[in-house]
Design a protein around this ligand. Structure first.
Ligand code: AMP
Length: 113
């Protein structure tokens, strides 16, 4: 996808702090972390948001949830973590390439919104 920030990160055209990569997904550290651990997990194929991804490739969406579990474990998030995906303008989605935020490493705020 032309002009997509996360497509450029996946292609290595923009640097990122890689956490995990395979043929389907790429994970990297958020540039503006909201917790001690803040990893973004994205599909290599461009989907605008989680709904588009889930509808077009439910297996991939499920695979990404499994990868979140693996990344949380490898990041040492034994005491839990938060998984967020902002979907559309009301949720302040700022990058229009589906991504899951994996947040943890401290006691997170009770209030989410
Ligand atoms: P969202 O607001 O849910 O679309 O999340 C987009 C996330 O991408 C934000 O948490 C940003 O801090 C993060 N972000 C933006 N640019 C970069 C970048 N170049 N490298 C890593 N994370 C980024």
């Amino acid at each position: 996808m032309d002009n997509c920030l996360f497509c450029k990160i996946i292609e290595g055209k923009i640097p990122s702090a890689k956490v995990y990569e395979d043929d389907k997904v790429y994970a990297f550290r958020d540039i503006n972390p909201q917790a001690p651990v803040h990893v973004l997990l994205v599909p290599k194929k461009h989907y605008a948001n989680v709904c588009e991804c889930a509808r077009e490739d439910a297996d991939l969406a499920g695979y990404m949830l499994k990868k979140c579990a693996d990344i949380a474990e490898s990041e040492g998030l034994k005491n839990g973590f938060r998984l967020i995906t902002n979907n559309g303008p009301d949720a302040c989605q700022s990058v229009q390439h589906m991504h899951l935020h994996i947040l943890g490493g401290e006691q997170l705020a009770d209030r989410m919104g």
